[in-house]
Design a protein around this ligand. Sequence first.
Ligand SMILES: Cc1cc2nc3c(=O)[nH]c(=O)nc-3n(C[C@H](O)[C@H](O)[C@H](O)COP(=O)(O)O)c2cc1C
Ligand code: FES
Length: 626
Amino acid sequence: MVEQVRKLLEKRLSNVTDLEDIRQSILQRRDPNKLCISVCAGTGCRASGAEAVVDAFMDEIERRELQINVELKETGCHGFCERGPVVVIRPKRVFYQRVKPEDIPEIISETILNGNIIERLLYVDPVTNEKIVYEPDVPFYKRQTRTIFGANGEIDPTNIEDYIAMGGYSALSKALFQMSPEDVIGEVKRSGLRGRGGGGFPTGRKWESCRDTKGDTKYVICNADEGDPGAYQDRSLLEGNPHSVLEGMVIGAHAIGSHEGYIYVRNEYPLAVRHARIALEQAMDYGLLGEDILGSGFDFTVTINKGGGAFVCGESSALMTSLEGKIGEPRAKYTHMSEKGLWDSPSLLNNVKTWANVPLIINKGAEWYSQIGTAGSKGTMIFSLVGKINNTGLVEVPMGITLREMIYDIGGGIPNGKKFKAVQTGGPSGGCIPEQHLDTPVDYDELNKLGSMMGSGGMIVMDEDTCMVDIAKYFIDFLKGESCGKCIPCREGLTRMSEVLNKIAQGKGKREDLGILEDLAGILSDGALCALGRTAANPVLSTLHYFRDEYIAHIDEKRCPAGVCRELIQYSIDPERCEGCLRCLRACPTSAISGEKRQLHTINQGMCIKCGACYDVCKFNAVVKQ
Ligand SMILES: Cc1cc2nc3c(=O)[nH]c(=O)nc-3n(C[C@H](O)[C@H](O)[C@H](O)COP(=O)(O)O)c2cc1C
Ligand code: FES
């Protein structure tokens, strides 16, 4: 059988039967009941020591000569990175979290050889305190619908055979041999898929416009620039399942008549670049990319291009300018990029997640796909759920799930008994949504109605200790720093907004500043060259709309209700509670605290820099923040 595979590969896959033969031969070589240890080796788990865990497993498996009976697989991100390194033992899917190299001999002797569960490595539900054994029962995973992201935990992204074994590239063969390009575009249109990169533009319509535009050369581009603070879903998908993205791109290229593609990937994503590169090489070797793909006569190549290192390079026109080798600045889009994009040729740009949806739609059909989601937003969306929430990580959910379900059922609620305050969706240009809208179904249109947006899937949860003026200031300062400066509304508008917000946060604001912020927001949205500037005011407008009283407290009462804005808070020591333990005195970086052991301590307000170190270390709640 191995010889048969080798022979097939020597002549590359040259038709659909070859692909199916390869798949069958891979499946025959695999035993679905064989124990498989999947160690997450995504960037998050690597940061918490996954490579050492893999090494320890290798050593132990070799030492006990278990290679024949046990498979070790390094997979991409499983989504629950906060609990990393994550290990899943299949087929039963025993879920171990925060695994260390020293746990490995016990995992092998207890779980692998004797089927026993190691309690201390299990996930404990923070709400019920229940220990959970199997991955699908972990609340974080239970409410998810992992149509795009699920394979991440099952395949080795550096082994194309894993992807083919799961039916990978069968959508490509279907698109090449059983469908016309028009059929493919029709299927994508009917599915209702909308771009997952931010704007939510209908994908099929974009493809159709690109196909209908005349041009000898057309380009297909994958946008993997992902510059939103806190977002990492595109990285995890490209790292963990690069072939799903690649397959989508080849299908798209064939549909619009393109022979040249690019993956524009953020420079700071070395593992995604590495895995995408390996995927390209393997797909070339297998005849799934390059000349005469699967013997269809269709040629398509893909080049990886590392991003220019700026948030704005993710914007379509800036990305294409950067791909041309120029400074990644946006340009006025009098015509769509699908008609006049890279080197002025028709160019089809889609986000990583958008591309990964395509094989699914082609394989399972538009009817199946469009049953998931809401009337205007079909399919699932991968969010990075972060911030003040018990379970942080990447979650894939059907469009239409409510914010409350995401935050409480999947995210496990707010830690430390704190109260929920707002959730920020849509990346830096998104808006902050308050508690009264938690039952809103999450889709493109509903989020827009609330003054926020879907964006690329960022979701930051904030608790009662978050100051909304500070949040608006943070995002405006981020966007100010990332504005390319080419157009005046964005360059000057964001600078002025930042000045006004800083004034308010320092207690120097006036009531009329709120009107100035609103005027600037109007100028930005009407006059900025690209969507960075046009949407930049959302964090200010949404916080002004839902949390105006907090702005007023900063202005009228010179008070920060959440106790965050440094200039407006003061730390003092409660004489009734102070035990004179010296902890705060030792923690103070400016020696602003004086006092003897077992005697009342005091803070010199002139020397205090309001860092809060004393407040954090006091065990007697004697440091008071006002
Ligand atoms: C400032 C800015 C940054 C953007 N960054 C990204 C990004 O990192 N990834 C992405 O897919 N889209 C990004 N977009 C959206 C792209 O311009 C474009 O709409 C998208 O890549 C199209 O793909 P889609 O239709 O699949 O969403 C950004 C837009 C703006 C205005
Ligand atoms: S990197 Fe391991 S779960 Fe995300």
